[in-house]
Design a protein around this ligand. Structure first.
Ligand SMILES: C[S@@+](CC[C@H](N)C(=O)[O-])C[C@H]1O[C@@H](n2cnc3c(N)ncnc32)[C@H](O)[C@@H]1O
Length: 415
């Protein structure tokens, strides 16, 4: 339960989130913090909460956390960027607002420092968070204008080399935001202190686990677990479930083992060397299968994924109990192949179909030439396999950095 505090301590924040992660963050904010006035824009979620700063810093779907200073209209923004004096008077607002915001920031930093003994009351990070899409972080000129304005308003001295306080200004055609970071650039919320070796982005791994309907007593399998990121994210969130990671590669299993020990999850996360094409598990024995299939350069593998997808999918379906959940992360190409495989045996979604309306997230869009290639690649291996018991629930696009991935969710039904 979120801690209840006085009305005075309600704080307005915003978090940055990876592309496609915003709905997961909105859901997490409402569920864990009972956050109010939650408002989503591309790459960010604004919210109010009276939860302790430690609970806010425990969010798993977010990248960085900011104290919101000001939010203004897009019309104003486009005009504002051109006029230094308007920028100073309108965006900076009044002195009292700044003093109160800096007091709140200091209090929150103090609370973090007191318990973690790690966060200092000042930050030395430069204002250089990566921009997304058409959004633009304030540039050199705007930084100087803001610095001069603040110096006039509050008597502060702008020091871009070694600042005591970082102010983030986002200006674009859709919104403008002013905030003070509560987490450091090199130590974002997305950085997990309990992981030794990083694999899949932790926020995405957490999102996949959150789709898997894990309950107390559930048995969850990742048949291509790599260093175990998805299972560790799931195990940290679900204390009464148990997890099995399978991988074919000794090196990956070694790192997964170190991660599990480092995260102190040995009693609930177990590892096994096997192939996902022949899982050594009884049929209908697990409640959820979560899997990040290899694609892209980072995880080049001996297994030809397009060729082996039908048999891997068939194994996942076999080990799942009826009512169990399958959550897989795929490249856009593999995503299309999977949809094609499923549409052959049931009326699953076809390529280019829109995603679930309730998620509001775009589905995969793959060009017809890619579809044609996939047809050729996969034609040899899928004759005998059917996947009629897998019912499609959602397809969600998330950013993995340079490329996007598609998360597919299915429920196993009776036939
Ligand atoms: C994309 S990586 C998984 C990354 C993982 N989610 C993580 O965070 O580390 C895919 C994994 O599949 C494994 N793999 C490839 N072919 C396999 C097979 N036939 N059976 C089991 N694992 C396999 C690779 O060794 C690799 O660790």
């Amino acid at each position: 339960m979120p801690e209840v505090r006085s009305e005075d301590s309600v704080v307005r924040y915003y978090c940055t989130a990876g592309n496609g992660m915003e709905p997961f963050l909105v859901d997490e904010l409402k569920r864990k913090l009972s956050a109010q006035d939650v408002y989503q824009i591309p790459g960010k979620v604004l919210f109010s909460s009276s939860a302790t700063i430690h609970r806010v810093c425990d969010l798993k779907a977010a990248e960085r956390l900011f104290l919101l200073l000001k939010q203004d209209s897009p019309l104003f923004c486009s005009f504002l960027a051109k006029t230094a004096s308007v920028l100073q008077s309108r965006l900076l607002g009044d002195r009292c607002q700044w003093i109160s915001a800096v007091r709140t920031w200091s209090r929150l930093q103090g609370e973090l420092a007191a318990s973690r003994n790690a966060v200092t009351a000042s930050t030395t990070q430069r204002n250089r968070e990566k921009g997304r899409g058409c959004e633009k972080q304030s540039g050199e000129g705007e930084n100087r204008v803001m610095g001069m304005g603040l110096s006039r308003l509050l008597g502060w001295k702008a020091d871009l080399k070694n600042p005591k306080l970082e102010i983030n200004v986002y200006l674009n055609d859709d919104y403008c935001l002013l905030g003070i970071p509560l987490t450091r650039l090199l130590l974002p919320l997305a950085n997990r202190s309990y992981l030794k070796t990083a694999g899949l982005r932790s926020t995405v791994a957490w999102a996949m686990a959150s789709l898997a309907h894990i309950e107390p007593g559930s048995c969850v399998v990742d048949p291509m677990c790599g260093v175990g990121t998805i299972l560790i994210e799931a195990a940290k969130e679900h204390m009464s479930a148990c997890f099995l990671g399978v991988d074919i590669d000794d090196g990956q299993l070694q790192k997964a083992d170190e991660n599990v020990v480092f995260a102190e999850l040995q009693s609930r996360v177990h590892l096994l060397k096997a192939s996902s094409t022949a899982l050594p598990l009884p049929s209908a024995s697990v409640d959820a299968v979560v899997c990040d299939l290899p694609f892209g350069r980072k995880f080049s593998t001996r297994t030809n994924m397009a060729e082996n997808l039908p048999v891997i999918l068939s194994e996942m379906e076999r080990v799942l109990r009826v009512g169990g959940t399958l959550v897989v992360l795929l490249s856009p190409q593999l995503s299309c192949l999977l949809k094609k495989l499923l549409s052959q045996t049931n009326c699953g979604p076809k390529c280019n179909e829109e995603a679930e309306p309730q998620t509001g997230i775009k589905s995969c869009l793959v060009s017809s030439s890619e579809q044609h290639n996939l047809q050729i690649t996969s034609s040899s291996s899928q004759e005998a396999l059917t996947f009629s018991s897998l019912r499609h629930q959602a397809t969600l696009r998330v950013s993995l950095g340079v490329i996007d991935g598609l998360i597919h969710k299915y429920i196993k039904t009776l036939d």
